[in-house]
Design a protein around this ligand. Structure first.
Ligand code: KIV
Ligand code: ZN
Length: 517
């Protein structure tokens, strides 16, 4: 099927979630799904229904709430997986648009078939066909992926795709599962498949590229130039290992180089930066400053020659406008005098539903406390504040009660902390190399978690010295990796909150829905 539209299939909530520590709660998935709908993505892959009851529930709820994007569940090519996916997307099938998709996959490379699946080629073809037929019992929108297509033999790929199209698959996805390809051969592979597979003109051809060699976007675009009309991608390029193709780069390349592609997407580009910030806040994965489109420096001109050129004529050095992708749209939303109704309304506009009046009241109280410290409250502040609210709704073992840190030139930094540990309050103090180090040591004097700190990062949520600092810590214990986050205008307090949030996640195993663990 060749049209002028490239379908944007977002897999932030499934493949993106497979990044270490990026597992999300149901509420977090819902918030991201609402933003993806606003962004205009055609398909939201909301998770992997058979992986856990929690992920099933998250997909089911997203399928219920989202009307303007198709909601999809991944499923291995097994009856149990496909039926779970079918049940998870049911609410979407009740919408007038019947916008639920099942995405089933099986590996087709020799290395995977022999070593992982221990299946023959005939068995793989039979199972793939069967999976598509099971899926068709639930929806007419069935996608089939040949996992590790990049290392699969062309003749066998053609045979599998012939068979699944005959069985009724409507989208055929060609994944570079291991990020091995380079642009020219990847485009050629797509063109050859479209030329050789029977019924190729009846289906949408899709590409799904991982970024192990840093070429996921280039490979995806090469596939598009050779006939693919669906790109699977994630916000900020999040995903397994080095990530997936980044949605914002794919979309903006197609849009900015319309002269070359002559294609379109239905994405509302002004929602790109808000989506990037939301995903970064929720997953704790910061965006590198020089990242294309969504990095803080993506539109900053440092050199005098560039600045002079841009001032005289913008297009001398700019191929896109910052405002077109949602920069500078961070509206000053609320202030110290804003009331509860204005707060509720703005949350609603941002697609945030706190679920109960009590939660709204608690969030409003935090908002007032923040507004006392920070005169201007932006959407990003509200997202961080609400993330904190969802975090504190979970069963928290540890809560910050009090923190005092002394830091002075020539003196060793010293922290005194009081935590509630369940029903008990505990106090400890410690010295450290810096105020944050002293704080973490004081916490450990109480908790003695045995967790290893893999990452500590601080980002300012908005600009200015009164901005909230958003701290991310990545902790590992017993093979489990979690990201903890905390935001505050005081970065030492934000650090303590982030560290405690990480420890709480390690304590409450059920709360995140990481299907891969
Ligand atoms: O990378 C991959 O092959 C996948 C498939 C499940 C599409 O994520
Ligand atoms: Zn993948």
């Amino acid at each position: 099927m060749t049209t002028n539209e490239v379908i944007i299939f977002d897999t932030t909530l499934r493949d993106g979630e497979q990044s270490p520590g990026a597992a999300m709660t149901k509420e977090e998935k819902i918030r991201i799904a609402r933003q993806l709908e606003k962004l205009g993505v055609n398909v939201i892959e909301a998770g992997f229904a058979a992986a856990s009851p929690g992920d099933f529930d998250a997909i089911h709820t997203v399928a219920d709430l989202i009307h303007n994007s198709t909601v999809c569940s991944l499923a291995r090519a097994s009856e149990k997986d496909v039926r779970r996916a079918g049940e998870a997307i049911q609410p979407a099938m009740q919408h007038a648009e019947k916008n639920g998709r099942i995405h089933t996959f099986i590996a087709t490379s020799k290395i995977h078939m022999e070593n992982k699946l221990r299946m023959t080629e005939d068995q793989v073809v039979e199972r793939a066909v069967q999976a598509v037929k099971w899926a068709l019992e639930y929806t007419n929108d069935v996608e089939f992926s040949a996992e590790d297509a990049v290392r699969s033999e062309m003749d066998f790929l053609v045979r599998v795709f012939d068979a699944v199209i005959e069985a009724g698959a409507t989208t055929i996805n060609v994944p570079d599962t291991v990020g091995y390809s380079i642009p020219a051969p990847w485009g050629e592979r797509m063109a050859t498949l479209i030329a050789r597979v029977k019924g190729a003109d009846k289906v949408v051809w899709s590409t799904h590229c991982h970024n192990d060699l840093g070429m996921a976007v280039a490979n995806s675009l090469s596939a598009v130039a050779n006939g693919a009309r669906q790109v699977e991608c994630t916000i900020n390029g999040l995903g397994e290992r080095a990530g997936n193709a980044s949605l914002e780069e794919v979309v903006m390349a197609i849009r900015t180089r319309k002269d070359f592609f002559n294609l379109e997407t239905r994405i509302d580009a002004t929602q790109i930066v808000p989506a990037s910030k939301l995903v970064s806040t929720i997953t704790g994965y910061p965006v590198q400053p020089n990242k294309a489109i969504v990095g803080a420096n993506a539109f900053a001109h440092e050199s005098g020659i560039h600045q002079d050129g841009v001032l005289k004529h913008r297009e001398t050095y700019e191929i896109m406008r910052a405002e077109d992708v949602g920069w500078n749209t961070n509206k000053l939303t609320l202030g110290k005098l804003s009331g509860r109704n204005a707060f509720r309304t703005r949350l609603r506009e941002l697609g945030i539903d706190l679920g109960s009046e009590d939660a709204l009241n608690a969030a409003f109280a935090r908002f007032k406390a923040l507004a006392d410290k920070k005169s201007e409250i932006f959407d990003e502040d509200l997202h961080a504040l609400v993330s904190d609210e969802f975090i504190s709704e979970d069963n928290e073992q540890y809560k910050l009660v009090f923190l005092k840190v002394a830091s002075q030139t020539g003196e060793v930094p010293h922290a005194v902390i009081t935590l509630s540990d369940g029903d008990e309050e505990k106090r400890a103090e410690a010295e450290g190399g810096g105020p944050v180090d002293a704080t973490f040591k004081a916490i450990e004097n109480i908790v003695d978690s045995g967790a290893e700190l893999l990452l500590y990062s601080v980002n300012n949520i908005t600009s200015g010295t009164d901005a909230q600092g958003e701290v991310t810590v990545r902790l590992s214990k017993g093979g489990r990796i979690v990201n903890g986050q905390g935001a505050d205008t005081d970065i030492v307090i934000a650090s303590a909150k982030a560290y405690l949030n990480g420890l709480n996640k390690l304590e409450t195993k059920a709360e995140k829905l990481n299907p891969q663990v």
